[in-house]
Design a protein around this ligand. Structure first.
Ligand code: NDP
Length: 236
């Protein structure tokens, strides 16, 4: 059993974020989730936050700190896709995905950093994607935002690694959620045929990796990319 900490999961009202929050509660942590709509799992504190707005993220942290104490584990999970081929992609379709997935992560981790330093402990877990390093047609915006999280975590490791703060990336493969249900059947079948495990992943399998990274056994792991993809990315 790991030490009980205050954990924040962004986008914890559904999908992978919801499952991570559930698992962190089961692990004995105090858990807050951010959501624009809906609620996190039972036992969590839900606060409203918009990833493209630093002021709303600041307000969310202030509320969590007041109710659950300083945040020690940050799971930057909220993310969007706006898929289309490069030739059709508008600049707005590119920058809006970067703004949510990458700059949103920056806003959250920057707001968390002072508290992590003060608490002399921190676990930063960034939810990337197999396509960050594998590439994916129609996802120039999304894969760029997700690849950038690797540089983010590694630079953070170099900045804060000596302060008992780790930063790691989880790179999920094709996980059954609303995000992937929205993909055309043909694309889903194409992915399935290239996954060595022969099946799509479950949200609980991402939650398991997050639980490990947040726990005491992962203290010496930082700057790592942990693929949870049934072998799709071959260890990327
Ligand atoms: P979902 O689409 O099911 O959920 C996305 C979450 O992000 C929701 O909670 C959503 O909130 C939140 N969110 C999106 N935009 C914003 C914003 N601007 N401000 C605040 N919250 C926002 O996605 P998944 O659970 O499938 O994915 C979670 C993460 O995992 C994402 O980063 C995704 O890129 C990544 N991932 C998913 C994979 C998969 O196969 N599903 C594969 C690889 C990576 P709201 O409900 O209010 O919209």
């Amino acid at each position: 059993m790991s030490t009980s900490r205050t954990v924040l999961v962004t986008g914890g009202n559904r999908g992978i974020g919801y499952a991570i929050a559930e698992r962190m509660i089961a692990d004995g942590h105090r858990v807050a989730v951010t959501a624009r709509s809906g609620e996190g799992p039972e036992g969590s504190l839900t606060v409203r936050a918009e990833m493209t707005d630093a002021a709303s993220i600041d307000a969310a942290f202030t509320e969590i700190e007041a109710r659950l104490g300083p945040v020690a584990v940050v799971v930057a999970n909220a993310g969007i896709t706006r898929d289309t081929l490069l030739l059709r992609m508008t600049e707005e379709e590119f920058t809006s995905v970067i703004d949510t997935n990458l700059t949103g992560t920056f806003r959250v981790v920057k707001r968390a950093a002072k508290g992590l330093l003060k608490g002399r402990f921190g676990r930063v877990i960034l939810i990337s994607s197999v396509v960050g390093l594998y590439g994916s047609p129609g996802q120039i915006n999304y894969s760029s935002s997700k690849a950038a999280l690797v540089g983010f975590a590694r630079s953070l490791t170099r900045e804060l690694g000596s302060r008992n703060i780790t930063a790691n990336v989880i790179a999920p493969g094709f996980i059954e959620t609303d995000m992937t249900a929205a993909l055309p059947d043909e694309q889903q079948q194409q992915y399935l045929s290239s996954i060595p495990a022969g099946r799509f992943g479950q949200v609980a399998e991402i939650a398991g990796a997050a639980s490990f990274l947040a726990g005491d056994d992962a203290a010496y792991i930082s700057g790592a990319v942990i693929p949870v993809d049934g072998g799709l990315g071959m260890g990327h």
